[in-house]
Write a protein that binds this ligand. Structure first.
Ligand code: RAM
Length: 342
């Protein structure tokens, strides 16, 4: 009997310890943030690089990473995904919109339910997110692409823009600043003959480039502010033996562009680091989910290996903006090295 009591006592202690442990585990599990990242579409290597940094940060901070995107870069697919994330009750949603306007309702629904929303590359519609994240100033990104094409074509001749989808806010904003830059006197001999849309789909972008060669036989340059478009345009120039006749620049991934930098189809292009951008996005999502920040200008926070950030003022919008910083140019001097990174 005695021994039974002893064993019984021990068992009770063990049981209560076990229960305590289980409770702790489930409290931790409940506390583990679920950070959702919604990209324009699956299958674009750019978003795989963004995901790399996002996952790195999630592992570091002990959050669960949820990575979603539609098959095709359409707003409908993104709305469906965001609705399901709201129903699931994730801790935050971070998105790059295929059409920022179309995502306003679903974003507001999430915020009303207490799910913080981060809009990245999508800063054109007010009140559709708690905070915006941008790689660099849109003006600097747009202007730099004009400077590069001007250098490549010797400041003279016809150029065209091959964009992503006509609804995409980031590309549209960059194009607006390209046009502003082109209006400066130093570009008076450059004529922008048109803007075409490849929808961030490889084949469509390639065919749009072919269409430009046909419509404008004197075309000297193409600016493509999308990683999908620039690679497709450079491939089209290469396939059509137009290297040296039509210059391609814009925003590309060194891993996809190496071949075209070396063959001369696209000797110079710009971009920022998508791995760092994904990493920063995850830290911002966590800070919002933990209520350490709300997204208002002036707030400050730490973002792991990237260091300290401050939320900036965004013109005409109550919520703030965070810049990653770092717009780089790639050419034959550094393409080899960076093509191994992203
Ligand atoms: C494409 C996408 C993405 C953009 C890059 C530069 O991959 O449109 O949103 O940031 O290009």
């Amino acid at each position: 009997m005695k021994s039974w009591v002893k064993i019984g006592t021990l068992s009770l202690v063990a049981l209560s310890l076990l229960t305590f442990g289980l409770m702790q585990d489930s409290a931790q599990a409940q506390d583990k943030k679920q950070l959702a990242l919604v990209v324009k579409n699956i299958g674009n290597p750019w978003f795989d690089a963004i995901r790399k940094g996002w996952d790195e940060a999630c592992t570091e901070i002990g959050a669960e990473s949820i990575f979603r995107g539609p098959e095709q870069p359409t707003p409908e697919g993104q709305i469906e995904i965001m609705e399901s994330l709201i129903a699931q009750g994730v801790s935050s949603i971070t998105y790059a919109a295929n059409d920022p306007q179309s995502l306003v309702n679903v974003s507001q629904k999430a915020m009303k339910r207490g799910i913080p929303v981060v809009g990245w590359e999508s800063a054109i519609v007010p009140d559709s997110r708690d905070i915006s994240v941008e790689p660099a100033s849109a003006q600097a990104i747009g202007a730099d692409q004009v400077k590069i094409i001007s250098e490549l074509i010797g400041g003279k001749g016809q150029i065209a823009i091959l964009s992503a989808a006509a609804t995409m806010g980031n590309q549209n904003t960059w194009i607006k600043y390209m046009k502003e830059e082109l209006a400066k006197p130093e570009y008076k001999d450059i004529e922008l003959v048109g803007v075409v849309y490849g929808d961030d789909v490889r084949e469509k972008s390639y065919n749009e480039a072919l269409g430009l060669f046909k419509s404008y036989p004197d075309l000297k340059g193409i600016i493509s502010p999308t990683t999908v478009g620039i690679a497709a345009a450079a491939r089209a120039v290469t396939d059509q033996n137009l290297i040296g006749k039509v210059m391609v620049t814009g925003l590309g991934m060194p891993s996809e562009m190496k071949e075209y930098v070396l063959n001369g189809a696209s000797p110079v292009f710009g971009i920022w680091n998508p791995i760092d951008l994904g990493y920063l996005n995850a830290y911002i999502a966590l800070r919002l989910a933990n209520k350490e920040i709300t997204g208002k200008p002036g707030e400050e926070f730490d973002a792991g290996r990237l260091g300290h950030y401050k939320v900036e003022v965004q013109e005409g919008v109550t919520n703030g903006l965070v810049y990653l910083g770092g717009l780089f140019r790639f050419d034959k001097s550094n393409i080899e090295e960076f093509s191994k990174v992203f």
